[in-house]
Design a protein around this ligand. Structure first.
Ligand SMILES: Cc1ncc(C[n+]2csc(CCOP(=O)(O)OP(=O)(O)O)c2C)c(N)n1
Length: 525
């Protein structure tokens, strides 16, 4: 056995021995080794889904009707949690439904690293047996399921990055770190501050998701700080750069960010929740010091379990640094910015340009809820000139694509326009959310912008394999009609609208232009 795919293959062979002939697959990046192995083995009938809740009930039905165990394959995070309702039913109906969930390496647990949660034991007493295996565990212990018990089962498999490479080529961040993050000793705030300021002379500040209240505190503390700052949209402070108050960089557009980091920045000061920025994930493979200021206890990196400091203590680290944004960093950044503006004009039908139109529209809204997958990444790339933008809301605890519209509607607290921006699969996941329209405060207009690129396009550059994308030909006109919403297919038509009704804006990007602009930007969204 040499790598993730061989590990997945061996587990699938065992499933076959238990009589499993069908897999109900819910693609995500982490379960790529299982999907690729299943696909290449040709051993199973595969049915693809994007919604793990309905996938599990479908598998339950298949299992009952075929009188055989059927397995549901999921990615990590809240995807697994969505299998619980079907598992509870399966237990009491005596159906051997199997959940085969992909997980991050065990050492990442408890650190709040992206899409990492405590998956083992999640089905509690509702499964007859559960396994939590990484590659080594599997080599030592077989998976055994006693099918005569007719109980559901949970098999949790941990995969390290890179997901589809052989283990010899694996640049494994977790196995490289000497101690598991959970076993590291806690450091006092004073020690953390001392170690960081001694090790880093040119830090980069990254502002991750923050509430409006927290962002006001952060803004006050950053007022006199002259070093480089990168603001995510969910920090509430992104557009503030244009007020010349905060120096916001276009790091997203830097292909060479890790390379530049070696010279431009030698440390990261993170403020708020775990950032969405790709660079944050890349920090796993990089040993530069990171210090966190957040209201949650997670470091957000598998290599680090230290508890973040309180936001109020941010000044203690900032006061040490008197550096300005280096001229060459600023210059590079301005060039990226100018290039982006040109490309948005050139590729006006690309997904990024359409999201840019929505960003303009958001300036007259009270709030904007930005969905996961490409939407949040694209929103972060763009900049709009604004003195008072909308409140920006997201779902960044586990980065799920589940329940986004419901979450957005529950968060709305004042009259006016409220925008939700999300992908088509994310919208499909939460079609019944519009039931909550009647619970919105009086005077609210809900504007739901669905970027319909016919599936999970985030996976295209990663895998270039349709099995990951869940492609479809669905449009959202009749969904709008079912719940009596207006429906338009462009932002300009929305602006021309005479009514003040709740509205669905369905935007269909031009795929070629989307690819062209991404290529031209060289951005790793
Ligand atoms: C509940 C849940 N299941 C699965 C995933 C894995 N996942 C991440 S992005 C994505 C595709 C989302 O597709 P869409 O909403 O159409 O957005 P796009 O990728 O096109 O931007 C999936 C399935 C997840 N994050 N959450």
């Amino acid at each position: 056995l040499s790598g993730n795919k061989d590990f997945a293959n061996a587990v699938l062979k065992q499933l076959q021995e238990f009589g499993v002939k069908e897999l109900v697959i819910c693609p995500g990046a982490r379960c790529a080794p299982i999907l690729k192995s299943a696909q290449q083995s040709g051993m199973f009938k595969l049915s693809n889904f994007f919604d793990e809740r309905s996938a599990s009930f479908f598998a339950l039905g298949r299992s009952k009707s075929a009188q055989l165990p059927v397995a549901v394959v999921t990615t990590s995070g809240s995807a697994v949690a969505n299998c619980l309702p079907a598992i509870t039913e399966a237990k009491y109906a005596g159906v051997p439904l199997i959940i085969l969930s992909a997980d991050r390496p065990k050492a990442a647990r408890g650190t709040g690293a992206p899409q990492t949660m405590e998956q083992p034991g999640i089905f509690s007493d509702y499964v007859g047996v559960s396994f939590d295996y990484d590659f080594n565990d599997f080599l030592q212990n077989k998976i055994s399921i006693n099918l005569t018990q007719n109980l559901p089962a949970h098999i949790n498999l941990c995969f390290d990055e890179p997901l589809l490479a052989d283990i010899e080529n694996q640049d494994s961040y977790v196995s490289k770190s000497s101690v598991s993050a959970l076993n590291q000793t806690q450091k006092s705030d004073a020690v953390q501050l001392k170690e960081f300021t001694e090790a880093s002379k040119k830090p980069l500040v990254i502002l991750g998701p923050m509430s409006v209240k927290e962002s006001k505190v952060a803004k006050g503390l950053l007022k006199n700080y002259n070093g480089p700052i990168y603001c995510e949209a969910l920090s509430q402070l992104q557009d503030q750069f244009l007020n010349n108050e905060v120096k916001n960089l276009h790091l997203h557009l830097a292909k060479d960010i890790l390379a530049t980091t070696d010279t431009d920045f030698d440390g990261v000061i993170r403020v708020g929740l775990v950032p969405c920025l790709r660079y944050w994930r890349d920090l796993e493979k990089n040993n530069i010091p990171v210090i966190n200021f957040s209201s949650t206890p997670y470091s957000g990196l598998a290599r680090q379990s230290v508890r973040p400091l309180k936001l109020d203590d941010l000044s203690k680290v900032l006061e040490v640094y008197k550096n300005e944004v280096p001229k060459e960093v600023l210059l590079k950044d301005r060039r990226r910015s100018a290039n982006l503006s040109e490309l948005l004009l050139k590729y006006a039908k690309s997904e990024l340009a359409l999201v840019n139109e929505l960003k303009k529209l958001s300036l007259t809204c009270e709030s904007v809820f930005i969905g996961n997958s490409l939407a949040i990444r694209e929103w972060d790339v763009l900049r709009q000139e604004a003195f008072a933008g909308p409140e920006i809301v997201g779902q960044r605890g586990l980065n799920g694509i589940d329940g986004l519209i419901s979450h957005a509607m529950g968060h709305i607290k004042c009259p006016g326009d409220h925008l939700v921006v999300l992908g088509d699969l994310s919208a499909l996941y939460d079609l019944n959310s519009l039931w909550a329209l009647k619970h919105l405060p009086i005077g609210v207009r809900l504007i739901i912008a669905v970027i319909n690129n016919s599936g999970g396009k985030i996976f295209k550059p990663m895998f270039n394999d349709p099995i990951f994308e869940n492609q479809h030909q669905i449009n959202f006109a009749h969904w709008a009609k079912t719940f009596a919403l207006d429906y338009v297919d462009s932002v300009s038509r929305f602006n021309q609208q005479a009514t003040k009704n709740h509205t669905v804006i369905e935007l269909v990007p031009n795929e070629t232009e989307s690819q062209q602009i991404n290529q031209a930007l060289g951005s790793a969204l």
